[in-house]
Design a protein around this ligand. Structure first.
Ligand SMILES: [Zn+2]
Length: 174
């Protein structure tokens, strides 16, 4: 029989726990948040919760009811985000890019290039096909524009706990 004591117990937080702890940290760090329509399974496909057939921004557009001016309605108020989340429990969480920038790597070629740059360790979020690298201060010198690399210096990006239209969840990379 297997010895129980040899089993390593690793705790993985649920999507709910991850999202709530993210909201708390972001609020403390002064990063404004907003909620976007989430992604649901519907007839063997992933669809935007706005349920518009012609949705052009699946899982990435702000929930009008709580964020009527999109990113300009973004807030640091934890209670407001939680209230919105209560009404839209499947919502995606987005953060406004301000005071930092995000290298959005989308695809295997981009990942290969960025890994070769030996960037300093930083906060990362795994996305649908790549990774978001969060940076403060000066841009890395050796960063060049590639098809699968997008530099975001304004607007908003989807945060950990959100779901991509491919069905994949954005997770904090550890
Ligand atoms: Zn939509």
């Amino acid at each position: 029989m297997m010895e129980r004591k040899n089993i390593i117990h690793v705790y993985f937080p649920s999507r709910e726990e991850e999202r709530l702890s993210a909201i708390n940290s972001l609020s403390r760090d002064g990063v404004k948040m907003l909620l976007c329509h989430g992604i649901s399974n519907h007839k063997n496909a992933f669809v935007c919760d706005c349920r518009k057939k012609d949705c052009k921004s699946t899982g990435k557009h702000p929930i009008q009811e709580f964020f009527p001016n999109g990113e300009h309605s973004a807030t640091l108020e934890e209670a407001y985000i939680k209230k919105a989340l209560k009404k839209y429990p499947n919502a995606n969480l987005a953060v406004v890019v301000d005071g930092f920038f995000v290298i959005d790597v989308d695809g295997p070629e981009g990942m290969k290039f960025v890994k070769g740059l030996s960037l300093p360790p930083t906060f990362r979020v795994k996305t649908g096909r790549g990774c978001h690298y969060y940076f403060k201060g000066k841009l890395p010198d050796n960063l060049k524009k590639l098809e699968q690399i997008d530099l975001k210096t304004k607007g908003y990006v989807m945060f950990a706990g959100s779901r991509h239209k491919s069905g994949v969840y954005y997770r904090r990379a550890v």
